[in-house]
Design a protein around this ligand. Structure first.
Ligand code: KIV
Ligand code: ZN
Length: 393
């Protein structure tokens, strides 16, 4: 096992790298309004391969014959990333996963079973030890089929820490090769979640037997912060979705965590294998396939993420992009930033856009042109290039 005292990964996984596990086609696709048919799922899985994700969670095969088929096609046609699919801790689910993804280049069975007392008592009606026994049986059954088995103690964010350690140790002994700690309900604070990961990784007897992963939900808007805290606590795999789609308020957004790793690489010192120029094309493909757009102010992929509208910001960016941009639009697959002309824009941006459009205004007519622009801008949300041409004519 290699360890820098922070992250711990088994042989075969790099210590200084974060592995990206995309669950857009499982946790994302299961949320209302985001359903995709098999053809769309395959198209998107191929785009995820282009993007460079390490793991694709293709679906939940037992849920429907359509999803089983979609997972099977993805497992057969997508090469490169590990392909996984979800099972509850019951043999029928596990067999369905294996039937669906067994043909993948590198298949993994993903098992989920609750770990918090709330779930154990109110959802399962079992005892803690019965849950561990059920989990161990499931992992052993899955390991007889597949070399890679991930175990997710559901609702770990609200579970008792020592019971979580006991659970993880039992699953490692049973042969789990990946342990995923989910904050299923999006309840944790970043320092709490990071501390939980550190506690589990440093208290289980053989952390080197598995890669540790985190899976966060965004109910309180903390999914990305909690995932980052999980990485700091020692996790080296992160489960996330494109555009942050997912159950309820969504999952950790892939583009946010990847750009965090890239922009703050100097601070974090962690690598990833994502081709970031594929981020916007992937986001747009998902929007097109699902028919659901992202909010304009969404980090990284929102329409306004690289747009500058106020005069002060436009002037600063036109003088030097570094004034207001911490990453380059080209790095996420956009051609350029957008200087949006509104009633809050300044003369610098107005002149800049006129120049770009090849519209020259003699200096003695500039005041008149500017006044005309402001009248138009007050009447509209945004002044387009066509508006400017009409105004100048
Ligand atoms: O949120 C959750 O706990 C999950 C598990 C299947 C990892 O989606
Ligand atoms: Zn989830």
């Amino acid at each position: 096992m290699s360890s820098n005292g922070n992250g711990k990964v088994p042989t075969g996984w790099a210590q200084d790298r974060v592995y990206i596990f995309d669950t857009t086609l499982r946790d994302g696709e299961q949320s209302p309004g985001f359903g995709l048919d098999g053809e769309a799922k395959l198209l998107f899985a191929k785009q995820l391969e282009q993007l460079g994700v390490d793991v694709i969670e293709a679906g939940f095969p037992i849920s429907s014959p359509g999803d089983f088929e979609a997972c099977r096609t993805i497992a057969r046609e997508v090469r490169g990333p590990m392909i996984t699919a979800l099972a509850r801790a019951v043999n029928a689910d596990i067999e369905a996963v294996w039937g669906a993804i067994g043909d993948a280049e590198r298949p993994q069975i993903h098992i989920v079973l609750s770990a918090s007392d709330i779930h154990i008592q109110r959802k399962l009606g079992l005892t803690r030890s019965e849950v561990i026994r059920r989990g161990v049986n499931a992992v052993q059954f899955a390991r007889n089929l597949c070399a890679e088995v991930e175990y997710s103690p559901e609702d770990a964010g609200r579970a008792d820490r020592d019971y979580l350690v006991e659970t993880v140790e039992a699953m490692l002994d049973a042969g789990a090769t990946a342990i995923n700690i989910p904050d299923t309900t999006g309840y944790c604070l970043p320092n709490e979640f990071g501390g939980l990961i550190e506690y589990v990784v440093s208290n289980v007897r053989h952390p080197e037997r598995a890669i540790f992963s985190v899976h966060c939900h965004n109910d309180l808007g903390l999914a990305t912060a909690n995932t980052m805290a999980g990485i700091m606590g020692g996790a080296r795999r992160v489960e996330c979705t494109v555009n942050g789609i997912g159950e309820r308020a969504g999952n950790t957004s892939l583009e946010e965590i990847v750009m965090l790793l890239k922009v703050r690489q100097g601070m974090l010192g962690l690598e990833h294998a994502i081709d970031t120029t594929q981020i916007v094309p992937t986001s747009l493909m998902l929007t097109e396939l699902t028919g659901v757009g992202v909010q304009p102010n969404k980090a990284i992929v929102g329409a306004n993420a690289f747009a500058h509208a106020s005069g002060i910001h436009q002037d600063g960016v036109l003088k030097d992009r570094l004034n207001y941009e911490i990453m380059k639009p080209e790095d996420v697959g956009l051609d350029d930033n957008r200087i949006v002309l509104t009633a809050r824009s300044g003369r610098h941006a107005f002149r800049h856009r006129l120049n770009m459009l090849g519209l020259t205004v003699p200096e003695d007519r500039m005041q008149e042109a500017w006044a005309g622009f402001l009248r138009l801008a007050d009447a509209r949300k945004e002044v387009t290039d066509a508006d400017l041409r009409t105004l100048m004519a």
